[in-house]
Write a new protein. Structure first.
Length: 248
C-alpha cells in the first residue's frame, strides 16, 4: 500500500506545532497502525531526520498508552479497538491519513503525538483505590460474598484502560466516562463502600481541578471507547457524588 500521511509535529510543549506531509510505500495491509509508523520512523532515521514520537507499550489493547486521533477519530475508524490493534487493511491503497495527538486542555502535548495524561493519574490518586488495613485482624477481601450481577457490572467498569479517547471524542473534553468507570468499579462492590463518600467527592473535585469540561450527555465518549465503557457509568458517578454531598 502507498499512503499519504499528514502528521502533527511539535518540537516541545511550548512550540507551535504543524501538520507535516509524509509519503510511505510498501505497507503490508496486515501491519498494525503502529507498525506502519515504525516503518516510517525507520525511513526517517535512514534519511537522518528526527523520528516521530508516539506513545505505546503493550501493543495489545491493555495498557492504554497508544492514543492517536486518526482521521479525526480517537483510535481510528474501528469500533472497540485501540490504535495498537488497528490494522492497515482498514485503509485503502492511496489513502490520505491525518494523524494527530488527542486534543484537550488537560492533556497537553509533550512532543509530536505524545501527550501528558498525568491528570488521569492524579484523579486515580484522589480515590481510585480501596485502602488495605494491615492491622493483623484484617478480613480477607475475598471472603466477602459478591453477587454475580454486581461482580459483572464492576468488572465491566474495571475494563477501562485510561486511554483518554473519551476525552478526545468529547466536544467539552469531559473526563466523565473515565471517572465514572473508576468510581463505578468500586460503587458496585461491597469492598468499595467504606470509602465511597470520600472517593466520589475527591475524584470529581480532582477531575474539575484538572480542567476537564462538563458532561452534556452527547455520548461520543461511549461510541469511541475501545473498551465499551457505557454511559451508565456516568449516571453512577453522578448518583455517588450526589449521595456523598447530601449526606447529613
Ligand atoms: S472510558 Fe474508555 S475511552 Fe475513556 S479512558 Fe477508559 S477505556 Fe479509554
Ligand atoms: S499500546 Fe497498550 S493499549 Fe495500545
Amino acid at each position: 500500500m502507498k499512503l499519504f500521511l499528514k502528521i502533527w509535529r511539535q518540537e516541545n510543549a511550548q512550540a507551535k506545532g504543524q501538520m507535516v506531509d509524509y509519503t510511505i510505500d510498501g505497507i503490508d495491509p496486515n501491519m498494525s497502525f503502529l507498525e506502519m509508523l515504525d516503518v516510517l520512523n525507520e525511513q526517517l532515521v535512514a534519511e537522518n531526520k528526527e523520528p516521530i514520537e508516539f506513545d505505546h507499550d503493550c501493543r495489545e489493547g491493555i495498557c492504554g498508552t497508544c492514543s492517536l486521533q486518526i482521521n479525526g477519530q480517537p483510535h481510528g475508524p474501528d469500533r472497540l479497538t485501540t490504535t495498537c490493534q488497528l490494522h492497515m487493511r482498514k485503509f485503502k491503497d492511496g489513502d490520505t491519513i491525518y494523524i494527530e495527538p488527542f486534543r484537550a486542555k488537560a492533556f497537553p502535548v509533550v512532543k509530536d503525538l505524545v501527550i501528558d495524561r498525568s491528570s488521569f493519574e492524579r484523579i486515580q490518586q484522589a480515590g481510585g483505590y480501596v485502602s488495605v488495613n494491615t492491622s493483623g485482624n484484617t478480613i480477607d477481601a475475598n471472603t466477602i460474598p459478591v453477587d454475580k450481577e454486581s461482580a459483572d457490572t464492576a468488572f465491566d467498569s474495571a475494563a477501562c484502560i485510561g486511554c483518554g479517547a473519551c476525552v478526545a471524542a468529547c466536544k467539552n473534553a469531559s473526563a466523565a466516562l473515565f471517572v465514572g468507570a473508576k468510581i463505578s468499579q468500586f460503587a458496585n462492590l461491597p469492598q468499595g463502600q467504606v470509602e465511597a463518600t470520600q472517593r466520589a467527592i475527591n475524584m470529581v473535585n480532582q477531575m474539575d481541578a484538572e480542567g476537564f469540561g462538563s458532561c452534556t450527555n452527547t455520548g461520543a465518549c461511549e461510541i469511541e471507547c475501545p473498551k465499551g465503557i457505557k454511559l451508565t457509568n456516568i449516571a453512577t458517578m453522578n448518583r455517588e457524588y450526589i449521595k456523598a454531598t447530601t449526606k447529613g
